[in-house]
Design a binder for this molecule. Structure first.
Ligand code: ZN
Length: 288
């Protein structure tokens, strides 16, 4: 432990950075959850299909109004079911990244199944977009050291699933573009009905104020403001209006650098920050 903590350097003298990330989950988590036995109900599926039908394109329109290019993480099964998504996002200048095949939850997946899903998704992305994606985001933000190694071996330039710093760092030799639950829409808004929910959805304007508070507070530390939304959740009109206000406020600050996660990873690799924030993905052995 050292008291002399280096501060993160952003390009062009910017004080902090912001990234708008979108996890295009659609029905993939539902398919994973019910992979052994699929119910014949369609309520949750219809909630989720609102994402690719409508919510996703409201989000891209919103970003375009503010001149922001986002990072969109798409499970393979979603890209396969909706084959226009990846090409259209690329055509609009956004980044597309990996998010598993069936939104496999890391804690419930073997390394062999993780690698199989990763390779299948990589092949589909290359077939649909003509290029390899730069980054990976794990479903529900969990990882293992072996999974980080699998990303590195495939030449991926970054992972975006962990929370060990509030700015980019390197973990086991791969650049990490960190996330945080405080700026994820699901914890505030996800509401499936049928008695499945622990709390009611939060009013959008309260969430907008909380996110601007996170952005302002983090800016003082040179943090990355990595907001994460889901089209089926935040594509609803009241939430789009909230995001409109958040983006208008942040884009009005000349000291914040808006970038895609891939651009941030590339900056990290070629900047004075490279090699200054190195950690190992160590897992302690049991205390027994
Ligand atoms: Zn997801």
């Amino acid at each position: 432990m050292t008291l002399d903590r280096p501060s993160y350097v952003w390009p062009g003298g910017k004080r902090s950075a912001a990234c708008f990330s979108v996890d295009v989950d659609a029905e993939a988590p539902y398919l994973w959850q019910h992979r052994a036995a699929m119910p014949d109900t369609i309520g949750a599926l219809e909630q989720r299909r609102f994402g690719p039908r409508e919510g996703l394109w409201r989000l891209t329109d919103l970003l375009e109004r503010h001149g922001i290019r986002g990072s969109f993480y798409v499970p393979g099964v979603v890209a396969e079911t909706y084959p226009d998504i990846l090409p259209e996002l690329c055509r609009r200048g956004h980044e597309v990244g990996l998010h598993g095949w069936l939104h496999e939850l890391v804690a419930d997946t073997t390394q062999a199944d993780f690698v199989r899903a990763l390779d299948r998704a990589l092949a589909l992305f290359e077939a649909q977009t003509g290029q390899a994606p730069a980054g990976f985001r794990s479903p529900a933000w969990e990882m293992t050291p072996a999974m980080l190694a699998a990303l590195r071996e495939r030449g991926l330039r970054y992972d975006s699933s962990l929370m060990g710093y509030e700015h980019p760092y390197e973990i086991d030799g791969i650049t990490e573009i960190p996330v945080h639950w405080s700026v994820d829409d699901a914890i505030y808004f996800k509401f499936l009905g049928g008695g499945a929910d622990k709390w009611p959805p939060v009013a959008p304007l309260h969430v907008g104020e909380a996110w601007l508070h996170e952005w302002r507070s983090g800016s003082a530390y040179g943090s990355l403001f990595m907001v994460t939304v889901h089209p089926w959740i935040s594509g609803r009109a009241g939430r789009i209006a909230m995001l409109d206000h958040v983006l208008e406020t942040i884009t009005g600050d000349a000291a914040t650098w808006w970038a895609t996660a891939a651009e941030i990873a590339d900056w990290h690799a070629r900047s004075p920050n490279a090699g200054r924030f190195l950690v190992a993905a160590t897992v302690p052995t049991g205390a027994a």
